[in-house]
Design a protein around this ligand. Structure first.
Ligand code: FE2
Ligand code: FE2
Length: 292
């Protein structure tokens, strides 16, 4: 990406900031008929079990899972902010990358506040990350080099953006959530543009081994995100008789849905720098259920 283009992105961010305080109609309460997550994105839809739920249980499932999704975004973005802050120290203040990352940090911090406020508005109780998630999140953040972390971030941004698009386009979505996803989509669009351009530089120079490693970093990041959404405790909360069984069925169900709906953009991205090869393709198929 040339400097002019990055400067254009910085200018938009400065001159047309989207403030969650005013952009989101916080005064609106959910009305009868409003949903929190499109049925198709919930972990149980598609299973016979889903058909046995009452409308109230279906609505509650959507509410709890939506809360889980945005709490996971907020946590992931917070981790990424830690990395960006550390990376920033290595750059000179007159560097255009420095200026862009400052804008990205400002926006990501606003997103985290917005997510927290939406969770409070919905009376949500996010379930904490598993110990494994915490460990991998913090470990990779501390020890992976910058190019790998940017690879990870763009994969999460691309996947969550597709997820958000499904949600914000649902006609009966609660308006506060629609605007939250709209805002996120607009600002993440700029982050994705920037990060993709930055990574083009890295991936063009990368040989077979490095492309393979990049591909795995992305794969694990997506797995990381996907497994933060489906939680056993949610099935307990909505009053299912056998939450363990529901969890097992839901994990499998959600894996396939996620592969069908959310992976196209990221697959295209990985393909663009030949990240699928005989060492990576089978793992994408097996671990993510991706058609590559
Ligand atoms: Fe964000
Ligand atoms: Fe972002």
């Amino acid at each position: 990406m040339d400097i002019k283009e990055i400067e254009r992105l910085i200018k938009i961010s400065r001159e047309r900031p989207l403030m969650p305080e005013t952009y989101i109609p916080w005064q609106l309460e959910p009305e009868a008929g409003d949903i929190f997550l499109p049925e198709a994105l919930t972990s149980l839809q598609g299973l016979d079990l889903y058909e046995t739920l009452t409308p109230a249980q279906k609505l509650e499932l959507g509410r709890h899972e939506l809360v889980q999704v945005i709490a996971s975004y907020a946590w992931g973005e917070c981790l990424f902010c830690v990395f960006m802050t550390r990376h920033l120290i290595t750059l000179s203040a007159d560097n255009v990358e420095h200026q862009f990352l400052i804008r990205e940090l400002i926006e990501e911090l606003r997103h985290q506040e917005m997510f927290a406020r939406v969770i409070a508005k919905l009376g949500g109780k996010p379930i904490k990350q598993s110990r494994l998630h915490k460990f991998f999140g913090e470990f990779s953040n501390k020890y992976l080099p910058a190019d790998y972390l940017f690879m990870g971030s763009v994969s999460v941004e691309l996947v969550t953006d597709v997820y958000g698009n499904h949600a914000r386009r649902a006609p009966d979505i609660y308006p506060v959530l629609k605007k939250m996803f709209d805002l996120h989509n607009i600002e993440e669009g700029r982050h994705i543009l920037y990060t993709k351009a930055l990574l083009k530089k890295y991936s063009e120079k990368a040989g077979f081994i490095k492309r393979t490693l990049y591909s795995y970093v992305i794969l694990f990041n997506i797995l990381f995100v996907r497994t933060m959404y489906v939680k056993r405790e949610i099935y307990e909360r909505i009053g299912l008789e056998n939450p363990d069984e529901a969890y097992k069925l839901a994990s499998k169900n959600f894996k396939q849905k996620f592969a069908d709906r959310c992976l196209n953009d990221i697959i295209e991205f990985v393909n663009s720098w030949k990240g699928f090869n005989f060492m990576t393709r089978f793992a994408w198929r097996r671990v993510l259920g991706a058609k590559v």
